[in-house]
Design a binder for this molecule. Structure first.
Ligand SMILES: [Zn+2]
Length: 472
């Protein structure tokens, strides 16, 4: 039925979506316990989704020893050995002679390193490595010592080391049912003033791509305040913040009261915003519910169940445009941006999908026209859209005044049901924060609130429904 609504966008319908389960909220007063308790309540809540088999065992990478060669040093680990060149080890030196203590800027250039640099000596005590150099960068004395602690060396061989913060961090894929349980709400007070609770909310955002703030004062200024806690707001021709209200003769489909299908924002820009906020100020009309779906999970499902289509979408670029009198933007993106990782929920780092803003696909220079290939691209994209729009994958709620949704723009697609302005008012204030800024916030929170940040690892974050994707 939801699909029928999605396909018949122009007719206003009274919403008859199953309301109780979807719209019931979990205002969690203790999010940590909620997360930690997830496994024990799992069977009851979504039996087909998670079992204990889905726990990803904590993989503790360790350095077992270090051996020394002519031009390289090898880290013996409990996994594959990792070989590092002396050039690279010299290049990474962060001693006070090499990196200014205050500005953290480097005081030598990579290009200053002699081609035949060698380590003179090394010491490894299981925790830290010290190297001295033979033929060091000109100007450095024999007393120059380069040190690495085990943590720094981990980055060299353990991709998972930054699993909870970077672009390739662990994600927990969700659909309608699992998001009903996993949704995380934080009060405005806690979000703004409680560092631990803010860190937990950001961890949910990092993992699920979607988090909610409630109890926000009724003020147009709030969305900027909430955004700025994550990072500097992203300015655009819409303004530092913007309003979603019904405007006569709207130039953007978001400003009308029609149904607005699943999309991502600003895909026509060169650096689409990583995160979006929508603060609800008024929502008293019929309709206007917000819909969300997890494209990363759909991509993972496709990779498992229909690898051919997944590969096609990783190699299909679509063009997005915004062309008006005063602003003209255009960009082309692959539907799935993929990296060669092993985590099934990290198969993509971005999804790019925004049908309302699609423009003319210009042929690649030199590319040969192939109708069968275009038909395959179309079929793969239709398959993707069908999965996204299938009722079981859509998390729907009607934002109430004082609530704000924060979501990852290039993971979580959003849509809005048609609404009837004769029956009331609808007003959301929006803002964007760049991905870089939010990833930086994640990293800083992980460092400064390790307990809050990592506590979730005990529960939610190790529940990767990879094995159950087939049942989807
Ligand atoms: Zn140094």
């Amino acid at each position: 039925m939801v699909r029928a609504l999605l396909r018949a966008p122009l007719r206003f319908r009274r919403i008859t979506v199953p309301t109780a389960p979807v719209l019931s909220r979990r205002y969690s007063s203790d999010p940590v316990d909620q997360a930690v308790n997830t496994p024990s309540t799992t069977n009851q809540e979504y039996p087909a989704q998670f079992t204990s088999n889905d726990f990803v065992p904590e993989k503790k990478a360790e350095i077992k020893g270090i051996s020394f060669g002519q031009e390289t040093l090898t880290l013996e680990t409990n996994g594959r050995p990792c070989e590092l060149s002396f050039i690279r080890l010299r290049d990474g030196c962060k001693c006070p002679l090499c990196v200014d203590v205050h500005s953290k800027q480097r005081k030598f250039r990579f290009s200053d390193i002699p081609l035949d640099i060698k380590a003179n000596s090394f010491q490894w005590d299981g925790k830290s490595l010290a190297l001295t150099w033979n033929k060091d960068v000109p100007g450095f004395k024999a007393s120059h010592v380069t040190r690495y602690d085990a943590k720094e060396l981990h980055y060299a061989f353990d991709r998972g080391y930054k699993d909870s913060v970077g672009l390739e961090r662990h994600r927990t894929g969700w659909n309608k049912d699992s998001m009903k349980s996993l949704q995380h709400w934080i009060s405005y007070e806690d979000y703004m003033h409680d560092n631990d609770k803010f860190a937990i909310a950001m961890r949910f955002l990092a993992t699920l791509g979607l988090v909610f703030v409630k109890g926000i004062p009724d003020s147009r200024e709030m969305v900027e305040k909430i955004a700025t806690r994550m990072g500097p707001v992203r300015d655009s021709f819409y303004g530092r913040t913007w309003d979603v209200r019904t405007v006569p003769q709207a130039r953007n489909v978001a400003y009308t009261n029609q149904f607005l299908g699943f999309h991502m924002d600003l895909m026509y820009m060169n650096d689409p915003p990583g995160f979006q906020l929508l603060h609800c100020l008024r929502n008293s009309c019929d309709g206007g519910e917000s819909l969300f779906a997890d494209t990363f999970r759909i991509a993972a499902v496709m990779k498992t169940n229909n690898r051919h289509y997944f590969d096609i979408l990783a190699n299909t670029s679509l063009t997005y445009e915004y062309q008006h009198k005063d602003n003209s933007y255009q960009n082309t993106w692959p539907v799935f941006e993929a990296r060669p990782t092993t985590n099934p929920l990290n198969t993509v780092t971005h999804v790019n999908y925004s049908p309302p803003f699609q423009g003319f696909r210009q042929p690649e220079p030199g590319a040969k026209l192939s109708i069968p290939r275009e038909q395959e691209e179309l079929a793969a994209l239709s398959h993707f859209a069908r999965l996204l729009e299938s009722e079981q994958n859509i998390f729907e709620l009607k934002l109430q005044p004082g609530e704000c949704v924060i979501f990852e723009n290039r993971r979580v697609v959003h849509a809005r049901r048609q609404f009837n302005t004769t029956s009331g008012e609808r007003w959301l204030a929006g803002a964007y924060v760049d991905e870089d800024a939010v990833l930086s916030r994640f990293q800083v929170l992980k460092e400064s609130n390790p307990v809050s940040w990592d506590k979730l690892t005990l529960g939610l974050l190790r529940l990767l429904p990879a094995k159950k994707l087939q049942t989807f």
